[in-house]
Design a protein around this ligand. Structure first.
Ligand code: BG6
Length: 489
């Protein structure tokens, strides 16, 4: 549905870490490029009692720290200054009905005749309370929409309950569920690469692709999020959302157009075609791990339980062998891997093509082609092709793989890197939900992940250890090698 841009953005949890590190810097970025609607006002709400002026001061300091070191500092300061003019604050305590009533009354007073975008950047436990309070105050009409951060629940059951209660307050087209990976340029470029070029589509299937690997590796550990992370672990924190969204974009059929319904429907079909990893496959298709102390980039780092300060069986690493049971992908393994405290930060999709059906080069090995789409830390695409080595040889031609490289930053030098939230805010403010996640997708993803979590618990399969700075437990290597494959490290 096309909507007028929002004229009021209300951020719940406006003093939180996400708001300071990502949301407000993203809004400054949009301001800098003239992409915010002229009449947009922003109202921050959080528990702290403070005036709009003190809020602006504290935001100004933390955003300045985030923007430090960027080129064109003059332009950034100007943009920050303009953004601060749009910003107001009103305290809200979500546990107090009276405070919520006061907050919603303030919103109602300020909304005027424009559209409103609410962004819940609070602990997820408050989502239903906030949505119900907004609905009670009549702030759920067709001029309102709402953005929700992940996680939506921690299981299929809890996500259904949350979705159901939010769904009683807002209609599905008003709900924008964030997976910030969908706001990343590199992730959107995956769609451009697949559907903006005719050459890949004929090869994008099990006849020509032998395996797909998707890696989201991080070097960071717990990062002050011990309470949340230990309760979730890598399967819930990363696989249920970011990894599965990358699987969807890699594997989905071409949608008829780039609109929310068409894209979400295609992604949902992929999720529904994922073969359940239940008891029969659990041990051969899933490995979890937890890091012990080790070294990353030459610095010693503590183990997970030392960071946490207590014993824990939560996984900080997951490797899976997934299958998509449909015509296009029948028999092609999708190896998925994510972990904390791995040797380097890397988000990458690796597509290994099948070997040539017959080699005319005798004993000279002909390596199958590979397409590597790196999304982080750099956006880089490379296609490995067999080439003849220059020179003469009695044995005949010698071949070796050479890569065709596309460094997106050199190709688009003039453009700056955007924070994923710039794109997400831009779309949500303008009412475009294509890059947000639908209710059915969230639930289908939970269903698949729940089966793994529940099955592992039933079989009492505990995470194996791996030293920080390595690519996970040795069993993760066996997961691919058992099938004659190996991880691309
Ligand atoms: C978040 C997870 O959703 O994504 C974090 O909760 C993780 O645990 C983060 O570190 C990774 O995001 P990015 O953008 O740094 O790859």
């Amino acid at each position: 549905m096309t909507m007028q841009p929002a004229s009021l953005l209300v951020i719940f949890g406006a003093t939180g870490d996400l708001s300071r590190r990502m949301l407000l810097p993203a809004l400054v970025g949009l301001e800098r490029d003239g992409l915010l609607p002229e009449r947009l006002r922003i109202l921050g709400g959080a528990r702290s009692e403070m005036s709009s002026e003190s809020f602006r001061d504290s935001i100004s300091q933390s955003v300045e720290a985030e923007l430090e070191g960027l080129p064109d500092s003059g332009q950034w300061s100007k943009a920050l200054h303009s953004l601060l003019q749009r910003l107001d604050y009103h305290p809200v305590d979500l546990s107090s009905e009276q405070s919520l009533n006061e907050f919603t009354a303030t919103i109602a007073e300020r909304r005027g005749d424009g559209n409103v975008l609410f962004h819940l950047s609070t602990a997820p436990d408050w989502y239903t309370t906030a949505c119900e309070a907004l609905a009670d105050a009549g702030l759920n009409d067709s001029r309102c929409r709402i953005m929700l951060e992940k996680p939506i629940g921690d299981s299929l059951d809890s996500s259904r309950q949350i979705n159901r209660r939010i769904g009683q307050a807002f209609r599905e087209w008003q709900i924008f569920r964030v997976d910030h990976y969908l706001g990343k340029e590199g992730v959107q470029n995956l769609l451009a690469l697949r559907f903006g070029n005719a050459m890949f589509e004929p090869l994008w299937n099990s006849r020509h692709i032998e395996q797909v690997q998707i890696t989201v590796a991080e070097t960071v550990g717990l990062e002050d999020r011990a309470g949340y992370y230990d309760q979730y672990g890598a399967l819930r924190d990363m696989v249920q959302n970011h990894l599965l969204q990358l699987v969807c974009l890699t594997a989905m059929e071409p949608p008829a157009c780039f609109d929310p319904t068409a894209v979400r429907n295609e992604k949902l079909k992929v999720l529904n075609s994922l073969r359940p990893i239940d008891s029969e496959y659990l041990e051969s298709c899933s490995v979890t791990g937890q890091y012990t102390s080790g070294a990353i980039n030459g610095s010693v780092v503590p183990g997970y339980q030392d960071e946490l300060g207590r014993e824990s069986h939560s996984e900080t690493f997951v490797a899976l062998r997934a299958h998509i049971d449909n015509w296009r992908w029948s028999g092609v393994p999708f190896y998925l891997r994510t972990g904390k405290r791995l040797p380097r930060r890397l988000t990458e999709i690796f597509i290994r093509f099948r070997p040539v059906p017959h080699s005319i080069f005798g004993a000279t090995p002909v390596r199958p082609n590979a397409l590597i789409i790196q999304l982080q830390p750099e956006e880089h695409i490379s296609l490995s092709l067999m080439n003849k080595e220059p020179g003469l040889d009695h044995q005949g031609a010698r071949l070796s793989p050479v890569t065709l490289d596309l460094d997106r930053h050199s190709a688009f030098e003039q453009t700056r890197r955007r924070i994923a939230y710039e794109r997400l805010y831009f779309d949500a403010i303008n009412g475009n939900g294509t890059l947000f996640v639908g209710r059915d997708e969230v639930e289908a993803a939970w269903q698949w992940v729940d089966a793994i979590i529940d099955g592992r618990q039933r079989l009492a399969l505990r995470p194996r250890t791996y030293p920080a700075g390595t690519w996970g437990p040795a069993a993760a290597i066996a997961l691919t090698e058992r099938h004659g494959h190996s991880w691309r490290d």
